[in-house]
Design a protein around this ligand. Structure first.
Ligand SMILES: [Zn+2]
Ligand SMILES: [Zn+2]
Length: 394
């Protein structure tokens, strides 16, 4: 292990662990990460970073920079939103381990800020709110937050360690049906049943499943099913997440799913309004040059338990980032395999001694990789060449 990085990590180790502890004990939902973002910003300002907060009109987003503003920009993405509904009181909690993500991102940046010199490079941390819901990386991308960024790094906790992480493209569809209320016993024939349209949408999608590729995932809920059984529902709403391994095929599947809702509308006479209730995400584009660089760094920092085979984790807004900037995204395994992300039982793993140990190792590995990119322009050229080739294949 490199002694300069080790010493720097030692000097900021307590602060890195403190980030994970603070966020874990102050879980806040997406777009409401007020205390969490303020904590991270305060720490970065204290450490000499130039900070913009709030950032791009998002109250809990921020951007922090250290080093040469016109140099190569290596960026760590911090997420810090929690999930709802844990414990007897159904409170927010970090069952996805975003406390750890923020700590590893900010931690790596702090380590690099303690280096004697950064070879003309610039370390950037972007605080990206609401990964679990709205996906604010998409809004930040649209606002140009990534236009000047050269490479992006992020890792996520999971059941196993994997550098072959994939993420499905996702479309969030809301189908809102408008019918006509009537007395359900006396005059049902005067009504138009919006809930029937919801049920028929589910039935249509159920029949569609067999004709779709195995990587497709379609899962829905009824978020409004009427008021009471003795009134024919005049309004009913269902929401679906539709996912596939690539954006091209997802576009085809989304069209078919929307046709199910349109068919249900035609069958019942209930008007349908179709909209996206959150941002759509693209699938993750892997940059194998960045992945190899991170693999070397992780091994040097003591992490080498890489599982083989493709590891699907769901969907994430970093997918869209990976289409615009060369991106490394991987998983770090914690726990004993008895629970996975989003499960209540996973909470005991995300801020454990094991999580802290791996947190410091990953922060060091990020720092090693970025220092290599700053010192060795040939390495960055290879990353860019691969990215541009993938871009042409699209
Ligand atoms: Zn999650
Ligand atoms: Zn997550």
């Amino acid at each position: 292990m490199d002694s300069e990085i080790s010493q720097a990590a030692e000097s900021v180790g307590n602060e890195i662990i403190a980030v994970s502890n603070f966020l874990f004990s102050h879980p806040e939902l997406g777009d409401h990460e007020v205390e969490g973002s303020a904590y991270l910003v305060k720490l970065l300002v204290k450490s000499g970073f130039r900070v913009c907060y709030p950032y791009q009109g998002l109250p809990t987003a921020f951007r922090a920079e250290y080093g040469n503003p016109s140099g190569t920009k290596a960026t760590f993405l911090a997420e810090y939103d929690a999930l709802p509904g844990y414990g007897p009181k159904k409170l927010p909690a970090h069952a996805c381990g975003h406390n750890w993500i923020a700590a590893s991102a900010v931690g790596a940046a702090l380590i690099l800020s303690r280096m004697k010199e950064l070879s003309g490079g610039c370390v950037v941390v972007i605080g990206t709110p609401a990964e679990e819901t709205a996906g604010r990386k998409i809004d930040l991308l649209k606002a140009g937050a990534f236009d000047d960024i050269d490479v992006v790094f992020q890792m996520h906790l999971a059941e196993t360690t994997s550098l072959d992480t994939t993420a499905l493209a996702i479309d969030p569809w809301m189908f809102e049906f408008f019918g006509k209320a009537s007395h359900a016993a006396a005059f049902p024939f005067k009504g138009i049943n919006a809930l029937d349209a919801v049920n028929l949408t589910f039935a249509g999608i159920g029949a569609l499943r067999q004709q779709l590729r195995p990587d497709v995932r379609i899962h829905g809920i009824v978020s409004d099913g009427g008021e009471t059984p003795n009134i024919i529902p005049s309004r009913a709403v269902c929401k679906f997440y539709v996912r596939a391994a690539d954006r091209g095929y997802l576009d085809e599947v989304s069209l078919k799913v929307k046709n199910c809702a349109k068919g249900a509308s035609l069958m019942t006479g209930a008007r349908v309004k179709i909209s996206r209730f959150e941002n759509s995400f693209d699938d993750l584009r892997i940059n194998s040059e960045l992945r190899e660089l991170m693999k070397e760094s992780l091994i040097r920092c003591g992490i080498d338990d890489f599982s083989t085979g493709t590891h699907i984790t769901g969907s994430t807004d970093i997918g869209n980032v990976s289409r615009c900037v060369p991106t490394f995204y991987g998983n770090i395994g914690v726990g004993d395999g008895t629970a996975g992300t989003h499960e209540e039982a996973f909470l005991k793993f995300v801020n454990s001694e094991e999580a802290h140990d791996k947190l410091l190792k990953v922060a060091k590995a990020f720092a090693l990789s970025v220092r290599e990119i700053f010192r060795n322009p040939e390495r960055l050229n290879k990353v860019r060449t691969e990215f541009e080739k993938a871009e042409k294949r699209q």
